[in-house]
Design a protein. Sequence first.
Length: 366
Amino acid sequence: MKFTAIPLVAVAASMLLLTACSQAAAPAATEPQAPVVSENDFALPDAAPAGFKKGLKIALVRQSGVGDYFEQWGGGFTKQVTAAGGTVNLFDARGDNGQQVTQFSEAINSKPDAIVVDHGLADSLNPKIDEAIEAGIPVVVYDVAISNQDALYISQDDESLAGKILDQIKVENPDGGSVAYVNVSGIAPLDTRDGVYKSFLTDNPTYKEVAHFGKYSESAAADTATEGAAALSSAPETTIVFAAYDELAKGALIALRQNNMLDTVNLYGVDISTADIGLMTEAGSPWKATAATDPANVGAIVARASIAAAAGVDLPSKMAIPAALITQKLLLDKNVTNMDELRKALPELSTPGILGASWITEISIG
Protein backbone atom coordinates (compact mmCIF):
# COMPACT_ATOMS: atom_id res chain seq x y z
CA MET A 1 0.00 0.00 0.00
CA LYS A 2 1.32 3.39 -0.91
CA PHE A 3 1.60 5.95 1.87
CA THR A 4 -1.11 8.58 1.95
CA ALA A 5 0.38 12.06 1.90
CA ILE A 6 0.67 13.40 5.44
CA PRO A 7 -1.56 16.45 5.83
CA LEU A 8 0.77 19.43 5.83
CA VAL A 9 -1.62 21.27 8.14
CA ALA A 10 -1.20 18.59 10.80
CA VAL A 11 2.56 18.66 10.50
CA ALA A 12 2.76 22.44 10.42
CA ALA A 13 0.55 22.75 13.47
CA SER A 14 2.88 20.49 15.39
CA MET A 15 6.13 22.09 14.27
CA LEU A 16 5.86 24.80 16.90
CA LEU A 17 5.32 22.30 19.70
CA LEU A 18 8.21 22.31 22.14
CA THR A 19 8.10 18.83 23.58
CA ALA A 20 8.92 17.38 26.94
CA CYS A 21 12.60 18.10 26.60
CA SER A 22 12.19 21.66 25.36
CA GLN A 23 14.99 23.93 26.60
CA ALA A 24 15.79 21.41 29.31
CA ALA A 25 19.37 22.66 29.23
CA ALA A 26 21.24 24.71 26.69
CA PRO A 27 24.78 23.64 25.77
CA ALA A 28 27.17 25.21 28.25
CA ALA A 29 30.57 24.22 29.54
CA THR A 30 29.60 24.92 33.15
CA GLU A 31 26.09 23.55 33.04
CA PRO A 32 25.02 22.11 36.41
CA GLN A 33 23.90 18.53 36.48
CA ALA A 34 20.79 17.08 38.07
CA PRO A 35 21.19 14.49 40.83
CA VAL A 36 22.11 11.05 39.55
CA VAL A 37 20.03 8.75 41.77
CA SER A 38 16.24 8.73 41.48
CA GLU A 39 14.22 7.80 44.55
CA ASN A 40 11.18 6.44 42.71
CA ASP A 41 9.98 4.42 45.72
CA PHE A 42 9.50 7.53 47.82
CA ALA A 43 6.01 7.74 49.31
CA LEU A 44 4.17 10.61 50.96
CA PRO A 45 3.04 10.19 54.59
CA ASP A 46 -0.32 8.51 55.15
CA ALA A 47 -1.59 11.36 57.30
CA ALA A 48 -1.73 14.97 56.17
CA PRO A 49 1.29 16.89 57.50
CA ALA A 50 0.75 19.80 59.84
CA GLY A 51 1.59 22.28 57.09
CA PHE A 52 -1.13 21.05 54.74
CA LYS A 53 -4.05 23.42 54.36
CA LYS A 54 -6.67 24.46 51.89
CA GLY A 55 -5.78 27.48 49.83
CA LEU A 56 -2.12 26.65 49.20
CA LYS A 57 -0.68 29.05 46.61
CA ILE A 58 1.51 27.44 43.93
CA ALA A 59 3.45 29.61 41.46
CA LEU A 60 4.08 27.91 38.11
CA VAL A 61 7.06 29.45 36.29
CA ARG A 62 7.19 27.84 32.87
CA GLN A 63 8.34 27.98 29.27
CA SER A 64 5.46 26.61 27.24
CA GLY A 65 5.06 26.29 23.50
CA VAL A 66 2.29 25.90 20.96
CA GLY A 67 0.65 22.48 20.86
CA ASP A 68 -1.25 19.97 22.92
CA TYR A 69 1.72 18.67 24.95
CA PHE A 70 1.99 21.82 27.08
CA GLU A 71 -1.78 22.25 27.17
CA GLN A 72 -2.23 18.75 28.56
CA TRP A 73 0.67 19.09 31.02
CA GLY A 74 -0.73 22.38 32.31
CA GLY A 75 -4.23 20.96 32.42
CA GLY A 76 -3.15 18.01 34.56
CA PHE A 77 -1.15 20.28 36.84
CA THR A 78 -3.92 22.82 37.41
CA LYS A 79 -6.60 20.18 37.84
CA GLN A 80 -4.58 18.44 40.56
CA VAL A 81 -3.71 21.62 42.47
CA THR A 82 -7.33 22.78 42.32
CA ALA A 83 -8.64 19.40 43.48
CA ALA A 84 -6.37 19.67 46.52
CA GLY A 85 -7.89 23.05 47.36
CA GLY A 86 -4.99 25.13 46.08
CA THR A 87 -4.59 27.87 43.50
CA VAL A 88 -2.12 28.29 40.63
CA ASN A 89 -0.46 31.59 39.79
CA LEU A 90 0.87 31.18 36.24
CA PHE A 91 4.03 32.86 34.93
CA ASP A 92 4.57 31.73 31.31
CA ALA A 93 7.50 33.20 29.37
CA ARG A 94 6.61 31.28 26.17
CA GLY A 95 10.16 30.95 24.83
CA ASP A 96 11.62 34.19 26.20
CA ASN A 97 14.45 33.25 28.59
CA GLY A 98 14.95 36.80 29.86
CA GLN A 99 11.25 37.13 30.54
CA GLN A 100 11.27 33.88 32.49
CA VAL A 101 13.99 35.20 34.81
CA THR A 102 11.96 38.37 35.39
CA GLN A 103 8.83 36.34 36.03
CA PHE A 104 10.71 34.08 38.42
CA SER A 105 11.57 37.18 40.49
CA GLU A 106 7.91 38.17 40.43
CA ALA A 107 6.94 34.68 41.58
CA ILE A 108 9.38 34.87 44.51
CA ASN A 109 8.06 38.31 45.49
CA SER A 110 4.49 36.98 45.48
CA LYS A 111 5.49 34.74 48.44
CA PRO A 112 3.79 31.53 47.29
CA ASP A 113 3.74 28.34 49.32
CA ALA A 114 5.80 26.61 46.61
CA ILE A 115 7.26 27.35 43.16
CA VAL A 116 7.21 24.92 40.24
CA VAL A 117 9.61 25.39 37.32
CA ASP A 118 8.51 23.77 34.07
CA HIS A 119 11.19 23.90 31.37
CA GLY A 120 13.64 26.71 30.75
CA LEU A 121 17.33 27.50 30.46
CA ALA A 122 19.36 25.95 33.26
CA ASP A 123 22.06 28.63 33.42
CA SER A 124 19.43 31.36 33.82
CA LEU A 125 17.18 29.52 36.25
CA ASN A 126 19.62 27.96 38.72
CA PRO A 127 20.42 31.29 40.45
CA LYS A 128 16.69 32.00 40.80
CA ILE A 129 16.07 28.52 42.19
CA ASP A 130 18.79 29.20 44.78
CA GLU A 131 17.21 32.57 45.58
CA ALA A 132 13.78 31.03 46.12
CA ILE A 133 15.11 28.33 48.41
CA GLU A 134 17.12 30.89 50.38
CA ALA A 135 13.86 32.82 50.82
CA GLY A 136 12.28 29.72 52.36
CA ILE A 137 10.12 28.81 49.35
CA PRO A 138 10.24 25.11 48.34
CA VAL A 139 10.93 24.50 44.66
CA VAL A 140 9.95 21.61 42.38
CA VAL A 141 11.61 21.49 38.95
CA TYR A 142 10.53 19.60 35.84
CA ASP A 143 13.00 18.91 33.02
CA VAL A 144 15.62 21.54 33.82
CA ALA A 145 19.10 20.39 34.88
CA ILE A 146 19.56 21.87 38.35
CA SER A 147 22.43 22.25 40.78
CA ASN A 148 20.56 22.77 44.07
CA GLN A 149 19.64 19.40 45.57
CA ASP A 150 17.28 21.07 48.03
CA ALA A 151 14.88 21.30 45.09
CA LEU A 152 13.05 18.22 43.81
CA TYR A 153 13.99 17.45 40.20
CA ILE A 154 11.33 15.44 38.32
CA SER A 155 11.77 14.12 34.80
CA GLN A 156 10.65 11.41 32.49
CA ASP A 157 12.71 8.23 32.84
CA ASP A 158 14.81 8.93 29.75
CA GLU A 159 16.78 5.70 29.98
CA SER A 160 13.51 3.78 30.01
CA LEU A 161 12.12 5.82 27.13
CA ALA A 162 15.11 5.06 24.93
CA GLY A 163 15.39 1.46 26.10
CA LYS A 164 11.77 0.59 25.38
CA ILE A 165 11.80 1.97 21.84
CA LEU A 166 15.18 0.43 20.99
CA ASP A 167 13.95 -2.93 22.26
CA GLN A 168 10.95 -2.56 19.95
CA ILE A 169 13.28 -1.84 17.05
CA LYS A 170 14.93 -5.20 17.72
CA VAL A 171 11.56 -6.95 17.86
CA GLU A 172 10.35 -5.50 14.56
CA ASN A 173 13.73 -5.61 12.78
CA PRO A 174 15.33 -8.81 14.13
CA ASP A 175 17.94 -9.06 11.40
CA GLY A 176 19.36 -5.61 12.13
CA GLY A 177 19.39 -2.69 9.75
CA SER A 178 20.89 0.56 8.55
CA VAL A 179 19.94 3.28 11.02
CA ALA A 180 19.44 6.99 10.47
CA TYR A 181 19.77 8.55 13.91
CA VAL A 182 17.94 11.81 14.61
CA ASN A 183 19.10 13.63 17.74
CA VAL A 184 20.99 16.69 18.98
CA SER A 185 23.56 17.03 21.75
CA GLY A 186 23.79 19.32 24.75
CA ILE A 187 20.23 18.84 26.06
CA ALA A 188 20.04 16.76 29.23
CA PRO A 189 17.17 14.35 28.39
CA LEU A 190 18.38 13.85 24.83
CA ASP A 191 21.94 13.23 26.01
CA THR A 192 20.65 10.48 28.31
CA ARG A 193 18.75 8.88 25.43
CA ASP A 194 21.89 9.19 23.30
CA GLY A 195 23.89 7.17 25.84
CA VAL A 196 21.34 4.35 25.69
CA TYR A 197 21.42 4.42 21.88
CA LYS A 198 25.21 4.20 21.76
CA SER A 199 25.16 1.21 24.09
CA PHE A 200 22.51 -0.36 21.84
CA LEU A 201 24.78 -0.07 18.80
CA THR A 202 27.70 -1.57 20.73
CA ASP A 203 25.62 -4.47 21.99
CA ASN A 204 23.87 -5.12 18.66
CA PRO A 205 26.44 -4.95 15.84
CA THR A 206 23.91 -5.91 13.14
CA TYR A 207 22.53 -2.36 13.45
CA LYS A 208 24.77 0.19 11.70
CA GLU A 209 24.37 3.95 11.80
CA VAL A 210 24.46 5.32 8.25
CA ALA A 211 23.17 8.86 8.83
CA HIS A 212 22.89 11.31 11.72
CA PHE A 213 20.93 14.53 11.60
CA GLY A 214 18.60 16.70 13.67
CA LYS A 215 18.07 20.36 14.47
CA TYR A 216 16.95 21.70 17.85
CA SER A 217 15.04 24.94 17.40
CA GLU A 218 11.59 26.43 17.80
CA SER A 219 10.87 24.98 14.34
CA ALA A 220 12.52 21.66 15.07
CA ALA A 221 10.38 19.59 12.72
CA ALA A 222 10.84 21.88 9.72
CA ASP A 223 14.56 22.41 10.33
CA THR A 224 15.15 18.70 10.90
CA ALA A 225 13.26 17.92 7.68
CA THR A 226 15.65 20.17 5.75
CA GLU A 227 18.72 18.47 7.21
CA GLY A 228 17.15 15.04 6.92
CA ALA A 229 16.26 15.35 3.25
CA ALA A 230 19.94 15.81 2.40
CA ALA A 231 21.18 13.19 4.86
CA LEU A 232 18.76 10.51 3.70
CA SER A 233 19.49 11.27 0.06
CA SER A 234 23.10 10.37 0.83
CA ALA A 235 22.07 7.21 2.68
CA PRO A 236 19.50 5.43 0.49
CA GLU A 237 20.29 2.13 2.24
CA THR A 238 18.51 3.36 5.39
CA THR A 239 15.94 0.88 6.72
CA ILE A 240 15.36 2.28 10.24
CA VAL A 241 15.01 5.81 11.59
CA PHE A 242 15.30 6.39 15.33
CA ALA A 243 14.34 9.91 16.46
CA ALA A 244 14.98 10.87 20.08
CA TYR A 245 11.85 12.98 20.47
CA ASP A 246 8.67 13.54 18.54
CA GLU A 247 9.43 16.84 16.83
CA LEU A 248 12.54 15.23 15.37
CA ALA A 249 10.43 12.26 14.31
CA LYS A 250 8.04 14.59 12.50
CA GLY A 251 10.94 16.18 10.66
CA ALA A 252 12.31 12.76 9.73
CA LEU A 253 8.87 11.79 8.44
CA ILE A 254 8.82 14.77 6.10
CA ALA A 255 12.35 13.96 4.92
CA LEU A 256 11.41 10.35 4.23
CA ARG A 257 8.50 11.49 2.11
CA GLN A 258 10.68 13.92 0.18
CA ASN A 259 13.07 11.07 -0.63
CA ASN A 260 10.31 8.59 -1.56
CA MET A 261 11.45 6.26 1.24
CA LEU A 262 8.16 5.83 3.10
CA ASP A 263 7.65 2.25 1.88
CA THR A 264 11.14 1.03 2.74
CA VAL A 265 11.91 2.55 6.15
CA ASN A 266 10.49 1.99 9.65
CA LEU A 267 10.38 5.08 11.88
CA TYR A 268 10.55 5.05 15.70
CA GLY A 269 10.24 7.99 18.07
CA VAL A 270 9.89 9.19 21.66
CA ASP A 271 6.98 11.15 23.21
CA ILE A 272 3.31 11.23 22.22
CA SER A 273 0.57 13.74 21.48
CA THR A 274 -2.71 13.78 19.62
CA ALA A 275 -0.86 15.13 16.57
CA ASP A 276 1.63 12.25 16.77
CA ILE A 277 -1.21 9.73 16.98
CA GLY A 278 -2.67 11.18 13.78
CA LEU A 279 0.63 10.79 11.95
CA MET A 280 1.24 7.27 13.28
CA THR A 281 -2.19 6.04 12.17
CA GLU A 282 -2.24 7.54 8.67
CA ALA A 283 -2.67 4.81 6.08
CA GLY A 284 0.73 3.30 5.33
CA SER A 285 2.59 5.43 7.87
CA PRO A 286 6.16 4.23 8.55
CA TRP A 287 6.00 5.49 12.18
CA LYS A 288 5.78 2.11 13.91
CA ALA A 289 6.15 2.90 17.60
CA THR A 290 7.00 5.47 20.23
CA ALA A 291 7.85 5.40 23.93
CA ALA A 292 6.25 8.04 26.09
CA THR A 293 4.64 9.27 29.26
CA ASP A 294 1.25 10.99 29.41
CA PRO A 295 1.84 14.76 29.71
CA ALA A 296 -1.36 15.33 31.72
CA ASN A 297 -0.33 12.59 34.14
CA VAL A 298 3.15 14.12 34.42
CA GLY A 299 1.66 17.53 35.20
CA ALA A 300 -0.48 15.99 37.93
CA ILE A 301 2.55 14.27 39.50
CA VAL A 302 4.47 17.55 39.55
CA ALA A 303 1.43 19.22 41.12
CA ARG A 304 1.30 16.63 43.89
CA ALA A 305 4.99 17.19 44.53
CA SER A 306 4.41 20.93 44.87
CA ILE A 307 1.49 20.41 47.26
CA ALA A 308 3.61 18.10 49.41
CA ALA A 309 6.54 20.53 49.34
CA ALA A 310 4.26 23.40 50.32
CA ALA A 311 2.94 21.29 53.19
CA GLY A 312 6.45 20.78 54.53
CA VAL A 313 7.15 17.23 53.36
CA ASP A 314 10.88 16.51 53.02
CA LEU A 315 11.04 15.35 49.39
CA PRO A 316 13.91 13.53 47.66
CA SER A 317 16.25 15.30 45.24
CA LYS A 318 15.16 13.40 42.14
CA MET A 319 12.34 11.25 40.82
CA ALA A 320 11.76 9.80 37.34
CA ILE A 321 8.41 8.97 35.73
CA PRO A 322 8.29 5.57 33.97
CA ALA A 323 7.58 5.28 30.27
CA ALA A 324 5.21 3.11 28.24
CA LEU A 325 5.60 1.61 24.77
CA ILE A 326 2.96 2.72 22.26
CA THR A 327 2.86 0.84 18.96
CA GLN A 328 1.14 1.72 15.72
CA LYS A 329 -0.61 -1.66 15.93
CA LEU A 330 -2.11 -0.83 19.33
CA LEU A 331 -3.38 2.53 18.05
CA LEU A 332 -4.97 0.95 15.00
CA ASP A 333 -6.38 -2.11 16.80
CA LYS A 334 -7.97 0.06 19.49
CA ASN A 335 -9.07 2.78 17.04
CA VAL A 336 -7.16 5.40 19.04
CA THR A 337 -7.29 8.87 17.52
CA ASN A 338 -6.41 11.14 20.46
CA MET A 339 -4.85 11.21 23.92
CA ASP A 340 -8.10 10.56 25.81
CA GLU A 341 -8.67 7.39 23.82
CA LEU A 342 -5.05 6.37 24.35
CA ARG A 343 -5.43 6.66 28.13
CA LYS A 344 -8.34 4.23 27.98
CA ALA A 345 -6.45 1.84 25.73
CA LEU A 346 -3.24 1.99 27.80
CA PRO A 347 -4.12 2.47 31.49
CA GLU A 348 -0.47 2.17 32.56
CA LEU A 349 0.02 5.76 31.37
CA SER A 350 -1.84 6.85 34.51
CA THR A 351 0.24 6.61 37.70
CA PRO A 352 -1.84 8.00 40.60
CA GLY A 353 0.37 6.09 43.03
CA ILE A 354 3.39 8.29 42.32
CA LEU A 355 3.30 10.91 45.10
CA GLY A 356 -0.32 10.01 45.76
CA ALA A 357 -1.79 10.27 49.25
CA SER A 358 -5.23 10.13 50.86
CA TRP A 359 -4.99 13.83 51.77
CA ILE A 360 -4.41 14.85 48.13
CA THR A 361 -7.62 14.36 46.17
CA GLU A 362 -7.11 11.90 43.30
CA ILE A 363 -8.16 13.19 39.88
CA SER A 364 -9.09 11.56 36.61
CA ILE A 365 -6.54 12.36 33.90
CA GLY A 366 -7.74 13.91 30.69
